[in-house]
Design a binder for this molecule. Structure first.
Ligand code: SAM
Length: 276
C-alpha cells in the first residue's frame, strides 16, 4: 500500500513541502536544524528521500549525498530534478531500497544520515521499526548526526476536527488510532504509525543513540493550518510568528504535554560506548 501510494503521488510529494506556508514550516524548521547539526562537509544518506527535495538542497550546499527510496517512480523523478538543479556531481547514488535493510552500505559509511518526512512511520510493527533504526544507526559513522522525522499522534489528533472529520466518525478506526497510533485508513491509502514523544524517546533509548534534540516541526501552528496560511501573507506578523516558532519548537513542556507537531524530528548522534 505504501509503495502504491507513493508511486502515484510523486508530483504531490515533490511539491508537498513548499506548497504553502504551513507545509514550509516542516521544511524550513528541518533545514534550520540540519544547518545547526550537520558537519561542514561529508557524505550524507537521504533515506526515504522520495523525489529528492532535501537531497537537492543539501547537494547545492556542497554535501555529497546518496538518495535512497522504496519507490522507483520517486527516484526516476528525482534524477530529472537533480539534473535540472545541476546537482548531479554531488549526488553519488540514487538507490532503490528499504530502510529495514541497508546491507548495500557498510557499517560506519556516512557522515550524517537523514530519514525525513515519515519513512519510519510507514514501517509496521515495533520490531520492524527497531530494525530500521538499527540499520540507520549502523551505516552512520560514530558521532555522525542522525535526523529522523516521524508523524506525531497528538498533532494529528489536534488537527483532525478541521482536517479529517470523516475519520473521527469511524468509531473502531478512531478508537484504535487513539489507543495504538496505528492507522490503516488515513486518506484511505496506506499504513502509518503515529508516535508520541515518549514512545520515540523509548525506542531510541535502546540503542547507542545520544538524543540531542526533539523538535515539533509545526509547533504551535499545528491545529491552525488555514489561519497560518492567512497569517503568512502578513509579512510583519509572519516574521514575528516564525521567530517565536523557532524559539519554542524544542520547548520540552510543549513537546510533552501538548499536541504540537504533526511531525516530530528527532536528532541524535550514534556513539560507541566503551566498557572499561
Ligand atoms: C512523505 S515521503 C517523504 C519524502 C522526503 N523524505 C521528504 O521529506 O520530502 C515518505 C517517503 O518514505 C518512503 N518510504 C516509505 N517506506 C519506506 C521504506 N521502508 N524504505 C525506504 N523508503 C520508504 C516513501 O517511498 C516516500 O518517498
Amino acid at each position: 500500500m505504501v509503495k502504491e501510494y507513493y508511486a502515484q503521488s510523486v508530483k504531490y510529494e515533490w511539491k508537498r513541502l513548499v506548497q504553502d506556508a504551513y507545509h514550509k514550516l516542516e521544511f524550513d524548521t528541518t533545514m534550520l536544524f540540519l544547518k545547526k547539526y550537520l558537519p561542514r562537509k561529508g557524505l550524507i544518506l537521504d533515506a526515504g528521500g522520495g523525489p529528492g527535495r532535501y537531497t537537492i538542497e543539501l547537494a547545492k550546499r556542497g554535501y555529497d549525498i546518496i538518495l535512497l527510496d522504496l519507490v522507483k517512480e520517486n527516484l526516476e523523478f528525482a534524477e530529472k530534478q537533480i539534473k535540472k538543479a545541476k546537482a548531479k556531481n554531488k549526488v553519488k547514488g540514487i538507490v532503490q531500497g528499504d530502510i529495514r535493510n541497508l546491507s548495500k552500505f557498510k557499517d560506519n559509511t556516512f557522515d550524517a544520515v537523514l530519514c525525513l518526512g515519515g519513512p519510519l512511520s510507514h514501517i509496521k510493527g515495533n520490531k520492524q521499526r527497531e530494525k530500521a533504526i538499527s540499520e540507520l544507526i549502523r551505516v552512520a559513522k560514530p558521532e555522525a548526526p542522525i535526523f529522523i522525522s516521524v508523524f506525531g499522534k497528538f498533532g494529528c489528533l489536534s488537527l483532525a476536527p478541521a482536517g479529517w472529520p470523516k475519520e473521527i466518525e469511524m468509531r473502531p478506526h478512531f478508537k484504535r488510532f487513539v489507543k495504538t497510533g496505528n492507522d490503516y485508513l488515513w486518506r484511505g491509502k496506506y499504513y502509518a504509525h503515529y508516535f508520541t514523544p515518549d514512545e520515540l524517546e523509548k525506542i531510541f533509548s535502546k540503542r547507542d543513540f545520544k538524543l540531542i534534540q526533539l523538535v515539533g516541526l509545526e509547533g504551535l501552528a499545528t491545529p491552525h493550518k488555514k489561519a497560518i496560511n492567512k497569517l503568512a501573507k502578513n509579512k510583519k506578523a509572519w516574521k514575528n510568528w516564525l521567530e517565536m516558532h523557532y524559539k519554542l519548537c524544542t520547548h520540552p513542556i510543549f513537546l510533552r504535554s501538548f499536541h504540537l507537531a504533526t511531525n516530530y524530528l528527532i536528532i541524535g548522534k550514534f556513539y560507541i560506548s566503551y566498557e572499561l
